[in-house]
Design a binder for this molecule. Structure first.
Ligand code: RIB
Ligand code: CA
Length: 333
């Protein structure tokens, strides 16, 4: 299967980092650009983390474009209590050798699909601020991409950052509302936290298996997710840490992993008590669907794809930019 041409929008926390490895290594994705946005961590930190993650995959050639530093109308509410102050488990990762690109993320999100109409898949792993800003300038933006996959929402209303809301939609609900108003189910698919907590939880056995792989990417993935493992135990009560961004990325790379989906009309609540909640209208009288919602994924297939990719040795990149085959791991914590 040919590599999928990708644009990835990320707020690079520890699960985003694993999604970047999944896309960058093993020949699954052809990443044309990464754009960053404030979310898990401030945008500068997210940019640093994206550069570190790509370097760990030996891909310092992939450009990383910083984007919006705060949500559309609200102040930034980060998730550093979940992923650590640096978003990567606070294990002292060394600085990346590459730097962020000077072209703004929103310009890239607008220009690349015009240069390559119908060719690029956009995968969003963060609050939808950059995407919404691009849509305000080009309302037909989604028609220019081959498909748009968003790690967003919780279709079963079981939230992570709030009782009924998932973080990426909760952090910037106004942006999520702009996205749902521009979306069609043929072009936009949401993979919500309901999928992650059911089909992408790294159990203790999975975590031991990852640790035993011992490759640079596996060691990196294991160590940066220690903080989120504690949060899962203490807050969401899962049987391990879940991987919402990697499972969304896996769906974009291998849509055959989806075992249950629906099309529905979705609005986003921007009220204070229900901020970020998905309002899903499944009545006969509902407006025409605007999103495809993935509801379940093949857990075994996802985890095999993940472990196979992280088990691959890092092939030094032969293109421009230095590649590195050494793990980006700082002093042991
Ligand atoms: O709710 C999970 C989402 O919020 C993931 O994208 C995670 O990285 C955080 O951004
Ligand atoms: Ca994310």
């Amino acid at each position: 299967m040919p590599a999928v041409p990708l644009i990835i929008d990320t707020d690079t926390g520890s699960d985003d980092a694993v999604a970047l490895l999944l896309a960058a290594a093993g020949g699954l994705g052809d990443i044309r650009a990464v754009t960053t946005v404030a979310g898990n961590v401030p945008v500068g930190t997210g940019t640093r983390n994206a550069l570190i993650s790509l370097e760990t995959a030996g891909r310092t050639d992939i450009p990383v474009h910083p984007g919006c530093a705060r949500p559309m109308t609200r102040p930034l509410s980060s998730a550093q209590q979940v992923h650590g102050e640096d978003g990567m488990g606070d294990i002292g990762l060394p600085d990346p050798t590459a730097a962020g690109h000077g072209t703004h993320a929103v310009e890239v999100l607008l220009s690349r699909p015009r240069e390559h109409p119908g060719e690029l898949t956009l995968v969003t792993l963060a609050p939808l601020t950059n995407i919404a800003a691009a849509l305000l300038r080009d309302p037909a933006l989604f028609t220019r991409y081959r498909h748009v996959y968003c790690m967003a929402g919780a279709a079963d209303l079981r939230g992570n950052i709030a009782p009924t809301a998932e973080f990426n939609v909760w952090a910037d609900p106004e942006a999520a509302r702009i996205v749902t108003q521009a979306a069609t189910p043929e072009k936009v698919t949401w993979i919500g936290w309901d999928v992650s907590r059911q089909d992408a939880v790294m159990t203790e056995a999975d975590q031991r298996r990852l640790e035993r792989l011992g490759t640079p990417m596996a060691t990196f993935a294991h160590r940066i997710n220690r903080t989120v493992a504690d949060w899962a135990r203490d807050v969401t009560g899962l049987a391990g840490y879940d991987l919402p961004d990697p499972v969304a990325m896996a769906v974009a790379l291998r849509p055959g992993l989806v075992v249950e989906r629906e099309q529905a009309y979705v609005e986003i609540s921007v009220g204070d008590d229900t901020r970020g909640q998905m309002i899903i209208d499944r009545r006969v009288s509902a407006p025409a669907p605007n999103l495809t919602l993935v509801r379940r994924v093949d857990e075994t297939g996802f985890k095999e794809l993940l472990f196979d990719t992280l088990a691959t040795p890092v092939a030094p990149h032969t293109g421009s930019g230095a590649a590195t085959a050494t793990p980006r791991i700082g002093p042991s914590s």
